[in-house]
Ligand binder design. Structure first.
Ligand SMILES: Cc1cc2nc3c(=O)[nH]c(=O)nc-3n(C[C@H](O)[C@H](O)[C@H](O)COP(=O)(O)OP(=O)(O)OC[C@H]3O[C@@H](n4cnc5c(N)ncnc54)[C@H](O)[C@@H]3O)c2cc1C
Length: 550
């Protein structure tokens, strides 16, 4: 399905793709899927031979990531295998979001290993090209593209290269992108092991720091234990783990047969730029921080969903290259905020009478409703508002998953985003809005919504008469009884109108978008009573995919 091209140069065969992604972890796979949904010929180069991850780092998803997966119609795959629970925490307090006016008012306990396997299944269904068992070893960019060298001696040519290759990103280093921040102040060993004695499960904070042990369903024990010294570089061993356990617990519980042992720290750094020419960064390649709070994987998935549609539009020649600047403008501050909170949380984990007092004070604050809601929204990724200029409180925020009435019957707003295409949702009179010059790019949906407009934390907002929703689920424009600013917003986000357009040549890399996960709203059969109206609108050049029932 992907229109990759083989051509020879004096070094041998070079395969061309529109976009090459280095790294097929959570961020790389999500980005590969997003680009494929948008019809882009993308390839992922992944060092690992198979999708199985040896170690399971992240333990869960926040509410916004569940929403993002729901927007693509795949949330149930994850929800059915994890445990819905309140996962947001700050200063040792669980921040309950069950009273938030959202569908997924919880997080999901699901090990990263399983998350990646399920995501890999979706990526396979979408037929995303994956070069496994190979590493990107270097690249050279020129005005027209990037030559990407692989460890097997072959090369790929792409218009853009995205580094989703984790915290030690070769792509970031080779692009010369600075990674300023803070060296680690604390270091831990994390392991899954067997123990011949019964371990003391649970979380403990003492003079030596924070330690935790928990029994996994398969009988293994997951151990987190603080190292005495920061800055160790060698691979951690079973002996290291045993010694640390004896130092902090007085026994190693007969630890043996480690499945894996890894080290993590609170090193906090963020790429100074998410882009250098035709090379971009997403996920841990762009930001690293302490895992406390469980944000990293979530951030990476959300980076990918922000970048995917923008890069697709640039590659597909519907938008200028400058659209990519909005990726940095939106995602850099979002990650910087996460870095700030993880640094705070790291301090709050310390065992010290003054820190105990600080933690208690913050916990007291968080027992109040308003602070609890604000921090819970922040930790759940629900409070992000990109600065898109318009005054309505919905602009720049996540589109709520409202229940619509359409000519197909009830339809959730998120279902309109399954294909990762932009949507103009008209909640006013059908035919009020005309987006004919963007009809090939933007779906126009007429719908009714009878409920109240209430946002998490913000509360009730003025009901919009129309909402322009970007493929990442953020609102680009709100109608308040007219179409003031609509054409400008459509042009900014989805390219120049076709009638005026000169930049919309078909890309040689464009391939048809797959139908997996599609809501297929454009293919539904209209009730007879709506056909006449639809025919008139179509004769005028408009496209209406779903219409309200009258
Ligand atoms: C102890 C711990 C607990 C954590 N808990 C949470 C949590 O609860 N919630 C959360 O959201 N996050 C958590 N995280 C963070 C999370 O694990 C990472 O943020 C996440 O894995 C980042 O995803 P990524 O795709 O950006 O990078 P990675 O997962 O690092 O994936 C990078 C991929 O690139 C491949 N690769 C690297 N270099 C190359 C190359 N040159 N060529 C080809 N392939 C390459 C690697 O094999 C890998 O598959 C935790 C992390 C740790 C250490």
């Amino acid at each position: 399905m992907c229109a990759s091209v083989d051509r020879s140069d004096r070094n041998g065969a070079i395969t061309e793709h529109a976009v090459v992604i280095a790294g097929g972890g959570p961020a790389g796979m999500m980005l590969g899927a997003e680009l494929t949904l948008a019809g882009v010929d993308v390839a992922i180069v992944e060092r690992r031979v198979n999708p199985e991850v040896e170690s399971s780092r992240a333990g869960g998803l926040n509410a916004r990531t569940i929403e993002v997966l729901d927007q693509r119609g795949i949330a149930d795959r994850f929800l059915s295998e994890g445990r819905a629970m309140q996962v947001a925490r700050f200063a040792d307090r669980v921040l309950d979001i069950s009273d938030f006016p959202i569908r997924h008012n919880y997080g999901l306990a699901l090990w990263q290993k399983r998350f990646e396997e399920i995501l890999a299944g979706w990526v396979d269904e979408l037929a995303v090209r994956m070069y496994r068992g190979r590493e990107v070893t270097g690249f050279a960019q020129d005005a027209a593209g990037v030559n990407v060298q692989l460890s097997d001696g072959s090369s790929l040519r792409a218009e853009y290269l995205v580094g989703c290759d984790g915290s030690r990103s070769l792509i970031r280093k080779a692009a010369g992108i600075d990674f300023p921040g803070w060296d680690p102040s604390i270091s831990f060993l994390l392991a899954e092991v067997e123990m011949s004695e019964e371990p003391e499960v649970g979380f403990r904070r003492d003079a030596k720091g924070v330690h935790a042990m928990g029994r996994l369903v398969d009988g293994h024990v997951r151990v987190v234990v603080r190292e005495e010294h920061v800055g160790q570089t060698g691979e951690p061993t079973l002996r290291d783990l045993s010694q640390l356990l004896i130092a902090v617990r007085g026994t190693d519980y007969g630890v043996h047969s480690p499945r894996w042992i890894a080290r993590f720290t609170d090193m906090t750094r963020q790429a100074a730029s998410y882009r250098e020419g035709r090379v971009m960064l997403a996920g841990d390649a762009a930001h690293v921080h302490s895992p406390v709070g469980g944000r990293g994987l979530n951030l990476g998935v959300q980076d990918a969903v922000n970048l995917g549609w923008k890069l697709a539009q640039v590659v597909n020649r519907t938008s200028p290259d400058s659209l990519l600047d909005s990726y940095q403008a939106e995602r850099h501050p979002a990650a910087a905020r996460v870095l700030r909170t993880t640094m705070t949380q790291t301090v709050l984990q310390r065992a010290d009478a003054r820190i105990d007092a600080l933690r208690d004070t913050i916990a007291e604050l968080l027992s109040m409703d308003e602070p609890r809601k604000r921090f819970a929204a922040m930790m759940s990724g629900l409070d992000i508002q990109y600065d898109l200029g318009q005054a309505h409180p919905l602009v720049g925020r996540r589109m709520p998953d409202i229940d619509l009435v359409t000519d197909r019957g009830p339809l959730r707003a998120f279902a309109l985003l399954h294909d990762a295409r932009p949507v103009l949702l008209n909640l006013g009179e059908p035919g009020d809005l005309d987006i004919t010059p963007w009809a090939d790019r933007v779906q126009l949906i007429d719908g009714d919504y009878a409920g109240t407009w209430e946002l998490s934390v913000l509360g009730a907002i003025t009901a919009p008469t129309a909402v322009l929703i970007r493929p990442d689920g953020h609102v680009a424009w709100v109608g308040e009884g007219g179409d003031v600013g609509l054409a400008e917003a459509l042009t900014t986000w989805f390219g120049r109108p076709a009638a005026m357009g000169s930049s919309r040549e078909a890309s040689t890399h464009r391939s048809p978008a797959p139908s997996v996960g599609s809501a297929s709203v454009g293919l539904r059969k209209r009730p007879a009573r709506l056909k006449a109206a639809a025919a008139i609108r179509n004769a005028q050049g408009g496209v209406r995919d779903v219409k309200r029932s009258r």
